[in-house]
Design a protein around this ligand. Structure first.
Ligand code: PLP
Length: 373
């Protein structure tokens, strides 16, 4: 059977990985500054993570959500305490799109409305409602296009006010836009959204799937703005590669039992993976590290005159290159063995593990300076 064509493939076959490093099947070593789309949060194959998953698999790998699962409880407890949201409820699922789909559905159930406000350049996933709230018509099928979604420019208070009305169930925004090229909502814009949603009886959903989980130096990117959304969605770094997604729900929202459901969400392995990630983040102070290395990288990138703009916070960074430098990403990969990400038209995205060291950060700057000189 031929595989479905998901992404264009680099001709590289990773065979093992550790920390910020990958080795291909020929033994060639690569520095990973992309973590397979921002997934690797604590570093590849962290020994505590590997041991936790292996030990669990040797006991029980799966049973459904109709029995007691103390590991899931422990995971939720730890996530609540570590993220600063101990009073929120946690619904566990398996991916980012699924988290957003459930968040939108929950907001619609709770408000009894269906209009959603999303933002230009937003990416929220590929399932029905999530893709309808994604600003990319190419990936929205006629079947998905039936949702009532209005897109307004990021940081535009007047456009937002014009779009918000009594039929608005939810406003969905990324803490920092990832796929859109690392675009930051201002703190004052997030505070404005929080206020407006409160006044209007609409629910504010913060999509923290790419930018959250410690990446910006706080647990969630929106926490830099001091707001408290009604719903927060998370995935990617949650399981460090094991598929885990989550919806955090404000205590004032009272879902009825069974409003959301899942077979695999929060299973033993997912919960153990999620717990191990949080333990490593805490023990190794990875949020602090993300803030320090990110600050260093951003200030160094700003010194490079060929770079037209640098955006980001902590270890979610995007920088723009002029058209004549559009091969830099592939040159970094094939000449310097460094994985990075991209965004259209000519942005390089850095989304490494939060355990990235200063010397690994230096290796990247040396290679980049060589390509840009
Ligand atoms: C901000 C954001 N939301 C949602 C998603 C969808 O996540 P998944 O691919 O796990 O469905 C992504 C994936 O890139 C994302 O970056």
């Amino acid at each position: 059977m031929r595989l479905f064509d998901v992404y264009p493939l680099f001709n590289i076959t990773p065979a093992k990985a550790l920390g910020s490093w990958l080795w291909d099947d020929q033994g060639k070593k690569y520095l990973d500054l992309y973590g397979g789309h921002a997934v690797i949060s604590i570093g590849h194959s962290h020994p505590h993570y590997v041991k936790s998953l292996t030990d669990q698999l040797n006991k029980i790998g799966f049973y459904s959500n109709s029995v007691q699962n103390p590991i899931q409880e422990k995971f939720a407890e730890k996530l609540g305490q570590f993220s600063g949201y101990p009073d929120y409820q946690l619904f566990l699922c398996n991916s980012g799109a699924e988290a957003n789909e459930n968040a939108l559905k929950l907001a619609s159930f709770i408000t009894g409305k269906k209009k959603v406000i999303a933002f230009k350049k937003a990416f929220h996933g590929r399932t029905s409602g999530a893709v309808a709230a994604t600003d990319n018509p190419k990936i929205v099928a006629p079947f998905n296009a039936g949702h009532e979604v209005v897109f307004v420019p990021l940081n535009d208070e007047a456009a937002f006010t014009a779009a918000l009305d009594s039929s608005t169930a939810a406003v969905i925004i990324e803490g920092i836009q990832g796929v859109g090229g690392i675009q930051l909502p201002s703190d004052s814009f997030l505070q404005f959204l929080e206020r407006k949603c409160q006044e209007n009886g609409s629910l504010l959903i913060l999509d923290e799937i790419q930018c959250g989980y410690g990446r910006t130096g706080k647990f969630f990117a929106h926490q830099h703005a001091g707001i408290k959304p009604h719903i927060i969605t998370t995935a990617k770094g949650m399981g460090n590669g094991f598929p885990v997604g989550g919806v955090l729900i404000h205590p004032d929202i009272k879902p009825w039992s069974g409003m959301l459901g899942t077979t695999f969400g929060g299973n033993y392995l997912a919960s153990v993976a999620g717990l191990a990630v949080l333990e490593v983040m805490e023990n190794e102070k990875l949020m602090e590290n993300a803030a320090t290395i990110g600050h260093f990288w951003i200030s160094e990138l700003k010194k490079i005159s060929t770079i037209t703009e640098v955006r980001g916070r902590g270890l979610i960074i995007g920088f723009d290159l002029p058209e004549e430098k559009k091969t830099v990403r592939t040159d970094l990969l094939f000449k310097h063995a460094i994985f990075t990400g991209e965004a259209k038209p000519n942005t390089i995205r850095l989304l490494p593990s939060l355990a990235m060291t200063k010397s690994e950060a230096d290796l990247f700057l040396t290679a980049l300076n060589e390509e840009l000189k």
